[in-house]
Write a protein that binds this ligand. Structure first.
Ligand code: GRF
Length: 216
């Protein structure tokens, strides 16, 4: 499967995908990376790994619609079948999404529906949550919503700062995003309403609560 990746910044999730393709864990390739930020470090990663990329700036287009149409054109030109939002800091319209029906996914640093929107890690800390995590989900027109493909949970420790928590969550982002792309590439992901079923996936149970002092 050919994928397109949309980025705005550092691109560590993009790097996790690059690594997964290069090591043969996922079949197919990254056909195009689009950055809406000319200074994104993600672009350096593309150069280093010889991955095709384009910088598409919102300010170069008269409307959001034209900006998005250009991205769709570039992705279709490369025959992209799956669009991965990896730290892409814009909300896409229904028109963009309908160009890739149920083929746009996003990584978000919380267990959605908790802590949607910006600064999800800080939101979780400020709320006093004991567990948070990350989610890969299909993108719908609602912000950080849409059917969940995979989630990982991450404990919040008393001494955590926004930075330390973000770092702990990021390690899991780098695991679940390639996993979701692999499943979709293998045609194993079925969507039934809000529910996503992954054929042949092993559903394990993990201890999720680090504060549990008694066992039952
Ligand atoms: C990640 O935390 C991702 O979950 C969020 O934006 C951040 C992007 O990080 N959507 P990177 O650019 O992939 O390093």
């Amino acid at each position: 499967m050919k994928i397109g990746v949309l980025v705005s910044g550092r691109g560590s999730n993009l790097q996790a995908l690059i690594d997964a393709y290069q090591s043969g864990k996922i079949e197919g390739h990254i056909a195009l990376v689009i950055s809406d930020n000319p200074n994104a470090y993600a672009i350096e990663r593309c150069k280093k790994h010889k991955i095709p990329y384009k910088v598409v700036l919102r300010k170069d287009f008269p409307s959001k619609r034209d900006f998005e149409r250009e991205m769709v054109r570039l992705l279709k030109e490369k025959e992209v079948e799956l669009v991965v939002l990896a730290g892409f800091m814009r909300v896409l319209s229904g028109e963009f999404l309908s160009a890739f029906p149920m083929r746009v996914i996003n990584i978000h640093p919380s267990l959605i529906p908790a802590f949607q929107g910006l600064n999800a890690q800080k939101q979780a800390l400020d709320y006093g949550a004991k567990i948070t995590g990350c989610t890969v989900h299909f993108v719908s027109e609602e912000l950080d919503n849409g059917p969940v493909i995979i989630q990982a949970c991450v404990p919040i420790l008393p001494e955590d700062t926004e930075e330390s928590l973000s770092e702990r969550i990021l390690k899991f982002e780098h695991r679940i995003l390639p996993q979701a792309v692999k499943w979709i590439s293998e045609g194993r992901v079925k969507i039934d309403g809000r529910k996503v079923v992954v054929e042949g996936a092993i559903y394990g149970t993990l201890p999720v609560n680090p504060m549990l002092e008694i066992s039952f």
